[in-house]
Write a protein of this length. Structure first.
Length: 319
């Protein structure tokens, strides 16, 4: 067994998932109260959301992902985060980026468009969009620069592009050029608060085509991890790595050739963050959900979230 495999197995065993069984963890009230007194206000410089579509827990454990593992070990992480229902792409990424579930943001399926929706929103901007993390950052911190890199067309529909400084779409599952563009954007704006969403759908498409947990699906995760490693190395060369908060996100898992149901393989996913002020090698035991992502980003910049949002910040992650 290689040193990497041995260390990874040890860490995953530390997560309590070495046997492949997902176990719910109860939080003692005394622990919750103690964490409640540790509300931190970290003035982040930049946040990069490394976002891969369709990453199930077993797939993440089985694939060789040394670069994502490094982020995990240098930050706070869970393999027990829950996605919103339905366990499909657009509702869950919208939940990540709006701090709310579908009952709030109104995105219930992958066919959503602003023109089609008639759902009454509890909050919206002048153009009818539910408030996203990009909107709140722009309104509360006008110097902030925002970017959205993606390769699945409908993904950007729930967000008002006027709050995005750079939007880049690649077709045919291409994603490497977007990593390069994101790096250039981060370098250009290194002295300004920055929020970057860096996404690829190719991992999800591999699951649909070849089945989740197939060799092809696992290879797609490993290929993404390789490119993530290149990106992180370049961030380090540019002296941007140490003061950046990196989040590893996904929207759902999968089973067979699909997802959308309520099995653990579809509903339970990895979620983590590393960066200044975040505990290292820390396993998050608090309940975690995709709606928490945007809430945490605002906390990192010292900004209060909109009243309509339902996301919560996992207080235990702060060092």
């Amino acid at each position: 067994m290689s040193e990497y495999s041995s260390n990874r197995r040890h860490f995953l065993r530390h997560l309590g998932l070495g046997a492949g069984v997902l176990a719910s963890t109860s939080i003692l009230s005394t622990q919750a109260e103690a964490q409640g007194t540790k509300r931190q206000s970290i003035r982040a410089k930049r946040v990069v959301m490394i976002s891969l579509d369709g990453i199930c827990v077993d797939g993440f454990k089985e694939a060789k992902t040394p670069n994502l593992d490094t982020l995990m070990k240098t930050g706070s992480f869970t393999l027990d985060a829950r996605v919103v229902m339905p366990s499909v792409t657009l509702p869950n990424w919208t939940s990540h980026l709006t701090g709310s579930g579908p009952e709030q943001h109104g995105v219930f399926n992958n066919n959503w468009t602003l023109e089609k929706t008639k759902y009454p929103l509890p909050a919206q901007d002048p153009n009818g969009y539910y408030p996203s993390v990009f909107q709140v950052m722009k309104e509360k911190l006008p110097s902030c620069k925002t970017a959205f890199y993606y390769n699945w067309g409908p993904l950007v529909y729930p967000y008002n592009k006027k709050y995005l400084d750079e939007v880049e779409f690649l077709k045919d599952d291409a994603y490497i050029p977007n990593y390069e563009k994101a790096l250039a954007f981060l370098k250009k704006n290194q002295n300004l608060p920055t929020v970057v969403f860096l996404y690829s759908v190719h991992t999800d498409h591999a699951g649909h085509k070849y089945k989740w947990m197939s060799p092809e699906y696992l290879k797609s995760i490993e290929e993404a991890d390789e490119q993530i490693g290149v990106f992180l190395k370049e961030m380090s060369k540019a002296e941007l790595y140490r003061d950046t908060h990196f989040m590893f996100l996904t929207d759902h898992g999968g089973i067979g050739n699909g997802h959308g149901g309520t099995s653990a393989a579809e509903m339970v996913v990895p979620w983590g963050i590393s960066g200044p002020g975040i505990k290292k090698n820390f396993i998050i035991k608090e309940p975690c959900n995709t709606v928490n992502t945007a809430a945490l980003i605002l906390r990192l910049f010292g900004i209060e979230q909109p009243l309509a949002w339902t996301g919560e910040v996992p207080e235990s992650i702060f060092a």
